[in-house]
Design a binder for this molecule. Structure first.
Ligand code: FMN
Ligand code: SF4
Ligand code: SF4
Length: 436
């Protein structure tokens, strides 16, 4: 059986599945139930500074996007950091860690951007014997308007400064949680590294308004006729998160900085994709909020089975395996030629591929033959874009077939070249022409 035990910046857990800082990790009751279900670790719901507890709205705090089958695709929230007393949280963290020594407990923290505020909370957290801290520089709503969360995460100089304060004032590993609400994730990641961070985690939620009620003309969730932007998460944000993880993993300046991958992870396969792109482990929130803690069972068995099947003995065999295959567009092989092929036996003749290609692509799929509905690719027109594959309702009914080197591409009238050739050397590239 594959070994899925995890060692992330020296923090050990029996598997790479941690619950992200959010309602599932808000209190001992939840965290203990999560550990009973099998979660490898948790990042405790973000703690704020000592004093009167945070106040949340008393009405709806979620908005959502669903697929046609009502499956939850995206979740939007306007919740703030923990609204429970700091000392109650600290006491519970200590108790739970003592009871579950083999599980990872990381404490998420967000206090004002002043050294004294960080200096005063760090010893209190250390006292709990938690395994590490995560600096919440990501929350895009509510707290950011008070100069915390994403307000820090959007300014690399602040990230570096606060990370440095934390490193100077604690022995615990410091994980910096990044906001996706920036233009280029590499700058905040580099700043975290410069400040001495042991790792980064990402993504926190994406700034969003998910919907508008067309009777009240107010954004949802609506509080007494008004709404404010919230933080978006769940399956819909996974592509954004994967891209950001890959950006950090392949940036020369942060190439060896450990990454905890977060964003839309719902299945073992999602998790494996994050690991393959360079994440050392993963964190999950929306999937647990949608399906409950027991989903971790399938994540564990699915990952183990896949690793066994593929002969991957440990997570190190998977982590970062896809990173070298992420490249810039200009290095893609322009001599790789494909054509769509429709399997007539599985085609249900719905016509979706035809209309997509006819109206919005390259007019490369027939609709009729001898007065009958018939869908077939016209090789002379097909550019190999694969739009038809993506709109076809029957899985694997349309496949993309590579033309072998030396064969004729009927669209261009040219033979497929066998050598790799990219844009940087293409004769149509003005910079190539200028250099000659
Ligand atoms: C209701 C809710 C509350 C959250 N609260 C926090 C928080 O207190 N601290 C934090 O760092 N992230 C918080 N998050 C963000 C999650 O930890 C996570 O980064 C995000 O939801 C993306 O992961 P997911 O797609 O698996 O949900 C919250 C998310 C939700 C849905
Ligand atoms: S791959 Fe693109 S161009 Fe070719 S048939 Fe499909 S949609 Fe049309
Ligand atoms: S979309 Fe798929 S099933 Fe529908 S006609 Fe095209 S190939 Fe056939």
């Amino acid at each position: 059986m594959a070994d899925i035990s995890n060692n992330f910046v020296g923090i050990k857990s029996p598997n790479p599945f941690w619950l992200a800082s959010a309602p599932p990790t808000d209190k001992a009751y939840n965290v203990e139930r999560a550990f009973e279900a099998g979660w490898g670790g948790v990042v405790w719901k973000t703690l704020g500074e000592d004093g009167p507890p945070i106040v949340n709205v008393n009405g709806p705090r979620y908005g959502a996007i669903w697929g046609a089958d009502r499956r939850l695709l995206g979740l939007n929230n306007i919740e703030l950091i923990t609204d429970r007393d700091l000392h109650v949280n600290l006491r519970e963290i200590k108790e739970v860690k003592k009871k579950w020594p083999d599980r990872a407990i990381i404490v998420s923290i967000m206090v004002p951007c002043e050294e004294a505020a960080w200096k005063s909370i760090l010893p209190l957290v250390e006292e709990t014997e938690a395994d590490g801290i995560e600096l919440n520089f990501g929350c895009p709503h509510g707290m950011s308007e008070r100069g915390m969360g994403a307000a820090v995460g959007q300014v690399p100089e602040y990230i570096e400064m606060v990370t440095r304060w934390c490193k100077a004032n604690t022995r615990m590993p410091v994980i910096v949680k990044l906001t996706p609400n920036i233009t280029d994730i590499r700058y905040p990641a580099r700043a975290a590294k410069a400040g001495g961070a042991d790792a980064v985690s990402l993504i926190n939620t994406v700034s969003s308004i998910v919907s508008v009620d067309l009777d009240s003309f107010a954004p949802q969730p609506t509080i007494d006729g008004k709404g404010s932007h919230g933080g978006y998460c769940g399956p819909a944000v996974k592509p954004i998160a994967l891209n950001m993880v890959a950006d950090i993993a392949r940036d020369a300046e942060t190439a060896n900085l450990p990454i905890s991958g977060i964003g839309g992870i719902t299945t073992w396969r999602d998790a494996a994709e994050f690991l393959a792109l360079g994440a050392g482990n993963v964190q999950i929130c929306t999937a647990a909020m949608t399906y409950g803690f027991k989903i971790v069972e399938e994540m564990i068995s699915g990952l183990e089975n896949w690793m066994d099947e593929k002969g991957h003995g440990s997570l190190d065999d998977v982590i970062g395996r896809a990173t070298p295959n992420v490249t810039d567009w200009q290095y893609l092989n322009l001599n790789y030629v494909t054509k769509a092929k429709i399997n007539q036996d599985s085609c249900i003749k719905c016509g979706r591929c035809h209309i997509a290609c006819e109206d919005t692509s390259h007019q490369a799929i027939t609709s009729m033959l001898d007065g009958e509905r018939h869908f077939e690719v016209i090789d002379e027109e097909c550019v190999g874009c694969n739009l038809c594959v993506n709109v076809c309702p029957v899985e694997d009914c349309i496949t993309m077939e590579q033309l072998p080197a030396g064969s004729l591409d009927k669209r261009t009238g040219e033979k497929v070249k066998k050598d790799y050739g990219n844009w940087t050397e293409h004769p149509n590239n003005p910079t190539v022409v200028a250099a000659e």
